[in-house]
Design a binder for this molecule. Structure first.
Ligand SMILES: Nc1ncnc2c1ncn2[C@@H]1O[C@H](COP(=O)(O)OP(=O)(O)O)[C@@H](O)[C@H]1O
Ligand SMILES: [Mg+2]
Length: 516
């Protein structure tokens, strides 16, 4: 009956002798497993069907130790040498003084093949992920990492294992979190991939890296979204390049505006030099005529006094002579003043872009004050505090222009409040000189303080400000290898402090003065 039971069993069964492995009985299923009729198998040794002979020893070891063998995976080979995977169960049996083994085998070759393919495909995908340049990650619905690709070590200096179970909040820059959450939420709600978003991640070394990431929903078997998977591409270098490009663009725009302003100043300089040249001749004529007139008048008075004292004592004659004398003096003083102004304009026009030379800063400051006199009007008082020995090697025309810009700004700020004072102070400090332009005007709003040196930044109406003044001052200070600082309080006033070194490296280009 037992034999009949074994024959109908769908499981390959056999009985072998433990000592030499001779097969004493097997059912047809066992024959099918190894590719031989059952009757041909009887009398053969089990060892013939092991893929590796050592396995038999291992099985008998287990049999001795545990008294049985349970669910042991084993690689056998068929009669023709094909590999067959089985799960093996053995029960020992004593019969007539002989140690037998009752063996049941389950063919798992198909399952093993599926497993092998699965492992292969998993290894392939792991290879893709692990060798990708992108960071690959998975998050659960609470935004905790459930997977982070090994390249996190290279990209972020972080061990992927240590990130598992951590919230991505800790890694993402606080400013970028809202946008990332919005993207994650939309991916979850819509169940489809959203446009990529950019955010910064914190590197272990404290620096930040820019990433561009795409999120996709991950689903369970029921199709519900249970988390997100994402790839993030490191775009730090691209971002850096864009920033540098923007800075270069801004620099170019600044340079272009300053160039325009310089061109304007240069044309103005030419114009001034031309006018000064034109005015000089008639002015010379007025000056010498006035001198001739004054000398003639003096002579006439002398002669009258000697030859015709009665005429000179005549009240109306002496009044006339006094009027003539006073007029000659007024004309003289006027023409001297105009000559001085013309001289100043010429100096201003011609010193633009001139070569490096010794500069008496106090003298330049005086000149500048005289030039901007009309801008100061009555509302603005000037306080001069010029220190001794304030001289340096520099470009006088440029320093002049810088002081004009600062004084005009100060005058605007003072007049915007009504009245006030501008203090212009110079002092020598060892290897440097310091110029301070201080006003008690309206002051600069704190949010504007870091913008006022930007080319084109102005808070004034179109016709009053171009926003170039301070940008040009900064350029001039840089040309002199110096520094400019601002300190301001709204409603109190503003102080600009410039420091310039006394010595400059010689500049090569020297532009000749127009109209000598
Ligand atoms: N002395 C000052 N007091 C108050 N604000 C000032 C002073 N100097 C400069 N500013 C501010 O800086 C801005 C830029 O100055 P500037 O570059 O000379 O351009 P602009 O005078 O043409 O506006 C001004 O519009 C003003 O808001
Ligand atoms: Mg200005």
């Amino acid at each position: 009956m037992l034999r009949a039971l074994a024959e109908v069993s769908p499981i390959p069964l056999l009985i072998s002798r433990q000592s030499d492995g001779e097969i004493l009985y097997c059912n047809e299923k066992t024959g099918a497993l190894v590719g031989l009729p059952a009757r041909e198998l009887v009398g053969r040794r089990t060892l013939d069907f092991y893929d590796a002979a050592v396995e038999r020893a291992a099985i008998f070891e287990e049999l001795r130790e545990s008294g049985r063998v349970r669910d042991r995976e084993l690689l056998l080979k068929t009669a023709s040498g094909e590999p067959v995977w089985v799960v093996c169960n053995i029960e020992p049996w004593h019969l007539g003084g002989e140690q037998l083994a009752l063996v049941a085998l389950t063919d798992v070759t198909r399952r093993k093949e599926v497993e092998r393919r699965l492992q292969e495909s998993e290894a392939r995908f792991r290879g893709f992920v692990e060798n990708a340049s992108e960071l690959v990650f998975a998050l659960d619905l609470r935004a905790l990492f459930t997977y982070v690709s090994p390249n996190a070590t290279r990209l972020l200096g972080r061990e992927p294992q240590l990130l598992l179970g951590q919230s991505c909040d800790a890694l993402v820059h606080a400013d970028d979190l809202p946008q990332l959450w919005r993207c994650a939420e939309q991916t979850q709600l819509s169940g489809v991939v959203q446009p990529s978003c950019e955010f910064r991640l914190q590197h272990q070394d404290g620096s930040t890296r820019w990433f561009c990431s795409t999120l996709a929903p991950s689903r369970n078997e029921q199709g519900q979204v249970v988390g997100l998977t994402g790839t993030a591409h490191d775009i730090t270098q691209e971002k850096q390049a864009i920033l540098e490009l923007q800075a270069a663009n801004q620099h170019l725009r600044d340079a272009q505006m300053q160039l325009l302003e310089r061109e304007k100043m240069a044309s103005l300089g030419m114009l001034l030099a031309g006018i000064a040249h034109e005015v000089r001749t008639p002015l010379g004529a007025v000056g010498s005529t006035q001198q001739t007139l004054a000398q003639a008048l003096e002579k006439l008075t002398l002669e009258l006094r000697e030859a015709h004292p009665e005429v000179i004592s005549d009240a109306s004659v002496s009044r006339l002579l006094k009027v003539l004398g006073d007029s000659a003096r007024v004309v003289g003083a006027g023409s001297t003043r105009v000559s001085e102004i013309v001289q100043r304009l010429r100096r201003f026009a011609c010193s633009e872009e001139s070569k490096l030379c010794a500069v008496d800063v106090n003298a330049i400051a005086e000149e500048t004050l005289a030039l901007v006199q009309h801008e100061l009007r009555h509302e603005v008082a000037i306080c001069k505090k010029f220190g001794p020995g304030v001289s340096l090697m520099g470009y006088p025309g440029r320093i002049n222009q810088m002081l004009v810009n600062l004084l005009v700004n100060a005058a605007h700020a003072v007049r915007a409040r009504g009245r006030g004072t501008i203090t212009l102070e110079t002092r020598a400090l060892g290897d440097e000189i310091e110029i301070e332009v201080k006003d008690d005007g309206i002051g600069v709003a704190p949010e504007h303080l870091n913008q006022i040196f930007i080319c084109g930044f102005t808070t004034k109406r179109h016709e009053e400000g171009s926003g170039l003044g301070l940008a040009i001052c900064k350029t001039i200070v840089n040309e002199h290898h110096g520094s400019i600082q601002v300190c301001s309080q709204v409603g109190q006033g503003t102080t600009f402090t410039i420091r310039l070194p006394r010595c400059q490296p010689e500049r090569l280009t020297v532009k000749p003065c127009p109209f000598g």
